[in-house]
Design a protein around this ligand. Structure first.
Ligand SMILES: [Zn+2]
Length: 343
């Protein structure tokens, strides 16, 4: 009689210990970060002097960049909301207007001519309509991005669906969107959810699942300005020959997910971006955490995401190898929010 409660208690303790251990592992996967796949030696400081007429850039993280020549300011993505890992997988997400307000202020942005999400996934496009609403910007992008704008109540007059390779004048900037591909997520189930059915066909009204932000079209932006030319590659995908005939002084190179691709894919990606456009500078983007803090030093991906993407070490090793093979090519990473002279 007296042995049974003791045995029950032992089982209960064992189960509790197991649950605690599993919870601990889950916590580590969801809340700790791996090293960022960039070399600290590439970091450039904020520019102390901004000569009149120069083209500058500010970086929030992921693929959110603000470009300005002092007369015209426009940005890619405008993404400031950072849903946590639990919300991403098990709940619904919506733009965080406080984070957007703070993010715009940290970038010194009051008025914008244009906000252009490079594709329609949540980590690029979800906040763009609110950014447009607050700054007077025109929302540019695919029909899917337009439907994110419509779902947020942005008037049709503030939305413009772009056409492949049709240049758009933004002040003295000329932006040419070039339809490209998103990188291929290595996990088949995740790939199917994120890329399988690509279009958002009706106005998207948040809160919605992160996966409702379908990819739409993935663009590479080729930008010219009297001061210089640059390329924004928002996702580590390519179309062979897609950038034939385009040149750039600087390439903002999307490196998210690059480590999870095969070595052959990485080589082709490099050849189809850097190899086609012959820049003197490459600035890796989209290498920082999607769920991490949006203030302070950049962190690498959360451990769980790094595990899913299989590798971030491969990304850094690949970039370093390319740098060693092409020593005249300058690698740079941008500080958070601070203005840096581009040209
Ligand atoms: Zn994406």
């Amino acid at each position: 009689m007296s042995k049974r409660p003791a045995r029950l208690r032992a089982v209960a303790i064992a189960v509790a210990a197991l649950l605690l251990a599993l919870g601990g592992v889950a916590w580590i996967f969801l809340n700790t970060y791996v090293a960022a796949p960039v070399d600290p030696a590439w970091a450039v400081p904020a520019s102390r002097v901004i000569p009149p007429g120069s083209v500058t850039v500010r970086y929030t993280g992921t693929a959110t960049l603000v470009f300005s020549d002092g007369e015209t300011t426009w940005m890619t993505d405008g993404w400031f909301t950072r849903p946590g890992p639990l919300a991403l997988y098990f709940s619904r997400i919506a733009p965080d207007t406080t984070a957007i307000e703070r993010g715009l202020a940290r970038n010194g942005v009051e008025r914008l001519a244009v906000v252009f999400p490079v594709h329609s996934h949540y980590d690029h496009a979800m906040d763009a309509p609110e950014v447009a609403r607050r700054t007077g910007a025109l929302l540019l992008g695919s029909e899917s991005t337009a439907n994110i704008g419509r779902g947020w109540g942005l008037p049709e007059s503030r939305i413009r669906v772009v056409r492949d390779r049709e240049p758009i004048e933004i002040g003295r900037f000329t932006v040419t969107p070039i339809e490209s591909r998103h990188f291929q997520l290595p996990d088949p189930a995740l790939r199917e959810r994120a890329l399988g059915d690509p279009d958002i066909r009706v106005p998207l009204v948040p809160p919605v699942s992160a996966f409702d932000y379908k990819v739409g079209k993935a663009y590479v932006l080729h930008v010219t300005h009297p001061r210089g030319a640059f390329l924004v590659v928002g996702s580590a995908g390519y179309v062979e020959g897609g950038l034939e005939g385009f040149s750039a002084d600087v390439v903002f190179l999307g490196t998210g997910g690059l480590g999870s691709q095969t070595p052959a894919y990485r080589e082709t990606y490099w050849r189809e971006t850097i190899g086609r456009t012959h820049p003197t500078r490459v600035i890796p983007i989209h290498w920082d955490s999607l769920t991490g803090p949006i203030e302070g030093p950049f962190t690498g991906p959360v451990r769980g995401a790094a595990f899913l993407a299989r590798a971030t070490k491969e990304t850094l090793a690949f970039l370093k190898e390319k740098g060693a093979a092409q020593p005249e090519l300058v690698f740079q990473t941008l500080p958070r929010y601070d203005e840096v002279v581009l040209f």
